[in-house]
Design a protein around this ligand. Structure first.
Ligand SMILES: [Zn+2]
Length: 360
């Protein structure tokens, strides 16, 4: 810590520096580091290039850093209150993604040693849906993917974590988030809430119904708003940044190359083919790319390379379905619905090397 703080000691500083070198998310909120050469202060997990140790100063809170003349980093936004989700939130996401019935709140609370009400409140604030809703949404997604890919419906239902077929289908219908007729009707009667986010990669519009996100897109603010209105001409639109804050945090974390983000619920229309492609895209790991041919192989349609490219280009939810991770077989970027520069920036922040492809 810097010499003005009570916790000042060489040993503390060594630990802080190690956390900075490791971009440790678990140290976020515990301290901040400032860089004399840039005049900027950051969270330990900031994705920016590591500074030289000699240029670094540590602070226990952002206020002190500002008083010392530093300004907040735009990439890691050290002043925003979220400070990154507490690590236990991700622990619970992983637990909730395991097959079987959705574990009760009491069990989740016990797992992380916190009270059920605290878990419920903080998880919902950070992820945007309650632990139970999250568990259910993941099961429905698994079910959808299994039904599309596997011939054995019954085993798919069990793999997706349901106890019986009838329960699965009863739950699956609304939760599939894909109701083409409703969207063909121009979103008549739907309420769509949207928010505009500023990221280093550019402005982002996210929009959602009660059921989930309908779009995540990059572009110029006025243009994005008018495009979304054109797509859902009969829906009621309103801007509500606060309501969408949890989803916004997750999307912004995506623009910073943060791994293992929770999967946000979607409310998008898709053809069967699009749904298969989009499900395949969601399993491409951060930091890697696949070619259109690879994705065609993944869905068992090796000749459908052009159709795969079209499905990628029609993805309505940037980042959440990572279509930016699909490139040409020779490693060149090919197209991107929201611009090649955006695609390049996303791949760079994720640390993807152009030729890092799956062999098959
Ligand atoms: Zn930073």
């Amino acid at each position: 810590m810097n010499s003005n703080t009570q916790t000042s000691s060489g040993a503390d500083e060594e630990e802080c520096w190690r956390a900075v070198l490791e971009r440790s998310r678990s140290h976020d909120g515990m301290f901040f580091y400032a860089v004399r050469t840039t005049g900027v202060y950051c969270r330990p997990s900031c994705p920016s290039r590591r500074p030289l140790r000699n240029n670094v100063e540590f602070f226990s809170d952002p206020q002190q850093a500002r008083e010392a003349g530093y300004r907040a980093c735009r990439r890691c936004a050290p002043d925003s209150s979220d400070g990154g989700s507490p690590p236990w939130v991700l622990t619970l996401c992983r637990r909730l993604e395991q097959p079987g019935s959705v574990p009760p709140l009491s069990e989740l609370a016990q797992l992380v040693g916190l009270s059920p009400s605290h878990v419920q409140r903080i998880f919902t604030r950070e992820v945007g849906v309650s632990p139970h809703q999250y568990g259910k949404a993941r099961r429905l997604e698994n079910l959808r993917a299994e039904l599309k890919n596997g011939p054995d419906v019954t085993s798919a239902v069990f793999d997706a974590g349901f106890n019986s077929n009838s329960v699965a289908y009863a739950q699956a219908k609304p939760g599939l988030g894909m109701t083409p007729r409703r969207w063909r009707d121009g979103g008549r009667g739907e309420e769509i809430v949207y928010s505009i986010l500023a990221s280093d990669i550019g402005s982002i519009l996210i929009a959602a119904t009660k059921a989930g996100l309908v779009t995540v897109r990059f572009g110029e603010e006025a243009q994005m708003i008018s495009d979304v209105r054109d797509e859902f001409p009969l829906a009621n639109f309103r801007r509500d940044d606060e309501l969408l804050a949890p989803q916004s945090r997750t999307v912004l974390a995506g623009t910073l190359g943060v791994a293992n983000l929770p999967q946000l619920p979607l409310d998008i229309a898709a053809t069967t083919f699009q749904a298969r492609v989009w499900s395949a895209l969601q399993v491409i790991p951060l930091g890697e790319t696949r070619s259109y041919a690879d994705v065609a192989m993944m869905i068992g349609e090796p000749r459908a390379i052009r159709a795969v490219a079209r499905a990628c280009a029609s993805n309505p939810v940037a980042l959440v379905i990572p279509c930016h991770r699909v490139v040409r077989s020779d490693g060149s970027l090919a197209g991107y619905r929201w611009g090649l520069e955006t695609k390049e920036a996303l791949l760079e922040v994720e640390g993807a090397r152009p030729h890092q492809r799956a062999n098959h």
